[in-house]
Design a protein around this ligand. Structure first.
Ligand code: UGA
Ligand code: MN
Length: 369
């Protein structure tokens, strides 16, 4: 089913201490947009993975056990990471902003295969596009994870900026989906499509009462962004980019319970690159005392801000009739890559496609001569 819903946001204005007048600030970073798009492309509430995770979640702890320290024989004993799902644990709403580029499908496959191990998870894949991508859907649905695929493009006004606010329109669409569907129990987490998630992260964030926080590896000039914890309480932050932020954390470094989110019906994320996390957390009225440190009092790194190096799509030159390639595997292979934007085929430009047969290079037409 494809439903198209336009709606007018009714978000409150956040006061912000800058040189801007309130009016200029609102013009530059409006919290309210006139025709924000939330296109619900596809949904499934059926979990086809149950047999997979029923009994097989293990925690491999990297701390040496007493036996290992004493150099005695160590029998590896996989400890269950979390009790098998009984179907009543709080649901995790895992929001992934994504956008079409040549690495998109590869990222989604890697992330989807992580999420396949996590019970009671609803994956909101929010694509930064005008229209629903069938190619993306084909890949998402094969994981068997309950999911919602949304399309919500970044407004043109922001896309042309040098420092565009990435993943905001689509995260806002996911927030709106959560509200429209009256999801008031469970946990919200923003998980970008290129990050790396330890399975233990999910059992940690699942019990979030208000807002939980934890370290994110590979961030900035310290290679880590983390709350500073003393006696089990968050007292400050360790992050190499303070930038006058009250909450200097990465998007991957916190989770919010939906009960708590529901207390702030106007909570949102501004189109302000670098300040999305800070302003979102301000908009839910977060207080220091509300933060629960996770990951063993923020001593473990359960999420990594990995980034995939992007490179230009190559053009492959094929001057012969491409339909002939359907007699070989190459027809189907190249069509798939083109549909994902991984490469382009041209009959007049690019690197000439050739075959290698018994060590000698041949033109592709070799097969048809
Ligand atoms: C960092 C933070 O980790 C992000 O959470 C934050 O949104 C971003 O900075 C920002 O402030 O702009 P970074 O790795 O630098 O992330 O950015 P990307 O991974 O390129 O983008 C973040 C997310 O937005 C990704 O899931 C990506 O797929 C998505 N995105 C990116 C879009 O939806 N549209 C785009 O045009 C670009
Ligand atoms: Mn990223």
């Amino acid at each position: 089913m494809v439903a198209l819903l336009f709606f007018i946001g009714c978000f409150g204005f956040i006061l912000y201490p800058t040189l801007y007048s309130a009016e200029d600030y609102e013009k530059e970073y409006p919290l309210q947009l006139d025709n924000e798009v939330l296109r619900i492309c596809n949904e499934s509430n059926i979990d086809y993975r149950k047999s997979l995770y029923a009994s097989a979640l293990y925690d491999i702890t990297d701390e040496p056990s007493t036996t290992q320290r004493n150099h005695q024989q160590h029998q590896p004993q996989p400890a269950p990471q979390q009790p098998p799902s009984n179907g009543t644990e709080p649901m995790i709403y895992f929001v992934t902003p994504t956008y079409p580029r040549r690495e998109q499908i590869a990222e989604i496959i890697r992330l989807g295969q992580t999420l396949m191990h996590v019970p009671r998870l609803h994956w909101i894949v929010a694509d930064d596009t005008d229209s629903c991508s069938d190619t993306l859907n084909k890949h998402i649905r094969k994981f068997g994870i309950p999911y919602t695929q949304l399309a919500s493009p970044m407004p043109e006004l922001y896309r042309v900026r040098k420092n565009a606010p990435r993943g905001v329109a689509n995260r806002r669409a996911a927030l709106n989906w959560i509200r429209q569907n009256q999801k008031k129990t469970g946990v919200l987490y923003f998980g970008d499509d290129d990050n790396t998630f330890d399975l233990k992260l999910f059992s940690e964030i699942r019990t979030t009462r208000k807002v939980s926080m934890f370290p994110v590896g590979l961030i900035g000039d310290y290679a880590i962004s983390s709350p500073i914890v003393r006696n089990g309480r968050v007292e400050g932050f360790f992050d190499s980019w303070p930038a006058k932020r009250k909450w200097p954390v990465d998007m991957a470094g916190f989770a919010v319970s939906l009960e708590y989110l529901a207390l702030s019906p106007n909570a949102t994320m501004p189109f302000k690159a670098g300040y999305e996390e800070d302003e979102f957390l301000k908009s839910i009225g977060l207080k220091m005392g509300d933060i629960e440190p996770k990951a063993r009092n923020c001593t473990e790194i359960l999420v990594w801000h990995t980034q995939t190096k992007s490179s230009k799509s190559p053009t492959v030159r094929i001057s012969m009739d491409r339909q002939k390639l359907d007699k070989l595997n190459l027809g189907a292979l190249l069509r798939q890559l083109e549909s994902m934007g991984v490469n382009h085929i041209s009959d007049s430009a690019g690197t000439t496609a050739q075959a290698i047969v018994n060590g000698s290079v041949k033109p592709l037409s070799f097969w048809f001569s």
